[in-house]
Every structure is written in structure tokens, then in C-alpha cells.
Design a protein around this ligand. Structure first.
Ligand SMILES: O=P(O)(O)OC[C@H]1O[C@](O)(CO)[C@@H](O)[C@@H]1O
Length: 431
């Protein structure tokens, strides 16, 4: 990935970040990079994620998925980091295999998928690092039951990716299911380039080596200066802008195929940096669509945002037919790709003209190599930002409260959090 932070620099019109302060920040980046390199060398928790391009074994993954490689539909049952990485890769790339990501427990939605798909030609990819996530286990029990009701032997159509131990590991052992391990030291949201994100990619026939090569190439750019390393340039600029009031980061790829990537980024950025009252709020947007919903706010609303654009240089294009409507003649001479590019250039310039900081991230095209680089680059940008914020990038203790309350409410044990739910202050306004 290439990163252009030009529109994030301070100008008369824009409260961005000055070149001088970026140079001052670069010494912190150098120190942070040393810390990151040390963490990678020592395979420390979290930092180990940045070693995945060298650790992940595509042959092991392909061998494990072999029994279900013929699936026409793949249900991935997992949530958060156990779903978003795989969904980002498979939703960005073409495949004959349909992928369904069951990362919610909305009964109507789950049922609609199970009823519309013939389960004979389907398979189950159940993923949970902890092996204890309620939503994932509940959905797995529901899907398994649906397979049984359809007379399909789920033990022949299921692959499990989970940790060393836990209920899901026990189930895999008990039924001798094909399984893979979530690598040690790799938090969910940093696991896209491991079996967690790549089992679905393998079943869909995607080029696992190219994904890892793209990531490895990005790894080679990790040096101690934001002026040499695209990932660090992005992480440092986002951090510096947040320090100057840009508490919101709108991730706006100009490619439908990258819509799920914006969801993946939202978990990475929010769950990693949202600590100790700090953090930058990620917002999922999509170009050009959100020019017609969010742009008004991004351009004329509060100066509290960084807008991050993702653009691609190449891709399939399609001509816009000629028309005899004179007002539309300018369209007839163009293609959809040219219109998309013009809209991006115009939107980027409109924010710069309004003094709204924005950053451009460029990919050659949307393919495995570039996706591997983007995922790795943004993970490295996040790890660097975590060092600059001085937060523990790799834990997410704040999510445990609601999990305990949920278990308590369902009779899964005594939890003070569950009692606190009953103490809700009410001020109902009824129709
Ligand atoms: O992979 P697991 O353990 O099922 O967790 C799923 C997701 O839930 C979280 O723990 C948050 O609740 C995320 O960090 C993680 O990606």
C-alpha cells in the first residue's frame, strides 16, 4: 500500500498536523518501532501477529480444508476477529463458493440463511479463539442441528479453528473433526493472515501464498521512520490528528469489494486503541455511495474527523452508453471507472478545500497480494498508534462486562453485572 498524507498536513485553511510536528513525532516512531521489533523477535503477545507472513503455512490450511473443498456454500460461524478477516478477504475477491458469515444471533436472519440454502452442498467453518464465545457456540449448535435435520452428517462437513483448549477444542477432538489452531500470541482482530482468516479463503480457492507475499512485502517496509514506512505514516498521522481534535476516523474505500474491509478496520482500530479514555472512533463509509449521505457532515460539520480514503489504480471497467440527452453527454464519453475516479478526486479535493484532514491509501488493484499488504499494513499502523497512545493494544477488557451480564441474565451463573442490568434508569416515552 502507498499512503499519501499530504492532505493531513496543516495549511492556512486546515488544522491538520504541521510538517515540523510530524518530524518531532518521528523520533517517537523510531522508539516505537524498536519496541515493536523487539516484541516480534521475542514473539511477545500481540507483536507476534506481525510475524504471521513468515509463520502461516498455506499447505497446512489447504490440507485441513480438503474434506470440505467441494462445498458450494461455506457457513463461517464466528464473530469479531474470528469472522471479519475472513469476510474481508472472501467478500473482496470473486469465487464460485458462496460464503455466509453468521456473526450475529438474530434468529430471523440466521433462519433465513438456513432455509434458503441446500445444506447437502454446504460446509461449516466454526472459528473461535477462546472457544467460549456465546454467539458463536449458539449459532454452531443451531447450524449443526439444521444439518442433522437435513440428514447431512455435520462431522463430515465441519472444520474448526480454535485455541489449544476449550469447549470447541474438546468438541473437535471428540468428533475427530479437521481442525487448525489459532496461533499463540495473536489476538483475534490481528489474525486475518492466519488460519482464522484463511480457511474460508482456501475453501474459496483464493491464492494464500499471494496474500502472505503481499503481507511480507509490507513487513519489509517497517523501518523506524514514518517518512519511509507507509504503515507508520498512516498510524502516526492518525494519532497526531486525533491529538489535534480528529477523534473520528471515517474509513471510506472507493470500491464496493472493500466494504467489509471497513468493518474489519473498525474492530481493529476501536478494540485496539479505545482504552483509558483514549482512542479514535472508526466510522465505516463507502465511496461513492456515502458522498450522498455523509459528505455534507464530513465537509461542513465539526472539525473532529480524519477521512481515510482507499483507492485502486486498476480494475474491471464498464463503458457508459452514449445518450442523446445533451446534459448527459459528458457521461456518455466516460466509463464507470472514470466516473468513480473523478468522484474520488473531487471528494478528496472538496475536503482539502474545506480544511478537513484526509489521507489517501492507494492499492494497485483488489487482489490477494494487495489485500495481504493492506491488512498487514493497517495492523502495523494500529500497533504503532497503540505505542504512541501508550495503551495495551492487544487486550479488550471492557467487553467482559456485557458478556458476564448476558450469562447472568440467561442463568449461566451469578454475575453482579447481571444484577446491575435490572437497575436501569427508565424514562419511557410511549407512542
Ligand atoms: O474468537 P473469539 O474468542 O470467539 O472472540 C471473538 C471476538 O470477541 C472479542 O473477544 C470481543 O468480545 C474480540 O476481541 C474477538 O475478536
Amino acid at each position: 500500500m502507498n499512503v499519501d498524507i499530504g492532505n493531513a498536513l496543516a495549511t492556512v485553511a486546515s488544522p491538520g498536523v504541521s510538517r515540523a510536528s510530524l518530524e518531532r513525532l518521528d523520533s517517537q516512531v523510531a522508539a516505537a518501532h524498536e519496541r515493536i521489533e523487539r516484541g516480534m523477535e521475542n514473539r511477545e503477545h500481540g507483536y507476534e501477529s506481525l510475524n504471521l507472513p513468515q509463520r502461516t503455512d498455506p499447505d497446512e490450511i489447504r490440507a485441513a480444508v480438503e474434506p470440505i473443498a467441494d462445498a458450494e456454500v461455506l457457513f463461517t460461524v464466528g464473530i469479531g476477529g474470528s469472522s471479519l478477516g475472513a469476510a474481508t478477504i472472501t467478500n473482496a475477491l470473486e469465487s464460485d463458493t458462496e460464503t455466509v458469515f453468521l456473526d450475529n444471533v438474530d434468529p430471523e436472519w440466521v433462519t433465513s440463511h438456513l432455509e434458503r440454502i441446500s445444506l447437502e452442498n454446504a460446509a461449516i467453518n466454526v472459528v473461535s479463539r477462546s472457544g467460549t464465545t456465546a454467539e458463536t457456540l449458539a449459532n454452531f449448535l443451531v447450524v449443526r442441528d439444521a444439518f442433522e435435520s437435513a440428514g447431512v452428517d455435520w462431522t463430515e462437513r465441519t472444520i474448526v479453528t480454535t485455541g489449544e483448549a476449550g469447549p470447541l477444542r474438546d468438541l473437535a477432538n471428540r468428533h475427530d473433526l479437521p481442525s487448525l489452531k489459532v496461533p499463540d500470541g495473536v489476538p483475534g482482530r490481528f489474525s486475518a493472515l492466519s488460519a482464522v482468516g484463511m480457511v474460508a479463503a482456501a475453501v474459496c480457492g483464493h491464492d494464500l501464498e499471494a496474500l502472505l507475499e503481499g503481507a511480507a512485502a509490507e513487513r519489509e517496509t517497517l523501518t523506524g521512520s514514518l517518512f519511509e514506512c507507509p504503515a507508520y505514516a498512516y498510524g502516526a498521522t492518525a494519532y497526531a490528528l486525533d491529538k489535534r481534535g480528529a477523534g473520528v476516523n471515517a474509513m471510506m474505500p472507493y470500491a464496493e469489494s472493500l466494504e467489509t474491509y471497513a468493518e474489519w478496520f473498525a474492530q481493529l482500530w476501536a478494540e485496539s486503541l479505545g482504552k483509558d479514555g483514549l482512542g479514535q472512533t472508526p466510522v465505516r463509509a463507502l465511496g461513492v455511495t456515502d458522498q450522498h449521505s455523509q459528505l455534507q457532515l464530513y465537509r461542513a460539520g465539526p472539525r473532529d474527523k480524519l477521512v481515510t480514503f482507499i483507492t485502486t489504480q486498476e480494475g474491471t471497467d464498464r463503458g457508459i452508453p452514449e445518450t442523446d440527452v445533451s446534459e448527459l453527454a459528458y457521461l456518455g464519453d466516460a466509463t464507470l471507472g472514470e466516473l468513480l475516479a473523478a468522484e474520488f478526486e473531487a471528494t478528496e479535493a472538496s475536503l482539502a478545500a474545506a480544511g478537513q484532514p484526509n489521507v489517501r491509501i492507494e492499492l494497485e488493484r483488489v487482489d490477494e497480494y494487495e489485500l495481504g499488504g493492506l491488512l498487514y499494513g493497517m495492523e502495523a499502523a494500529c500497533v504503532l498508534a497503540g505505542e504512541l497512545y501508550s495503551v495495551n493494544t492487544f487486550e479488550q477488557p471492557a467487553v467482559e462486562w456485557a458478556k458476564k451480564a448476558t450469562r447472568g441474565l440467561l442463568g449461566g451463573g451469578e454475575f453482579e453485572e447481571a444484577e446491575a442490568v435490572a437497575d436501569k434508569t427508565e424514562l419511557r416515552v410511549e407512542r
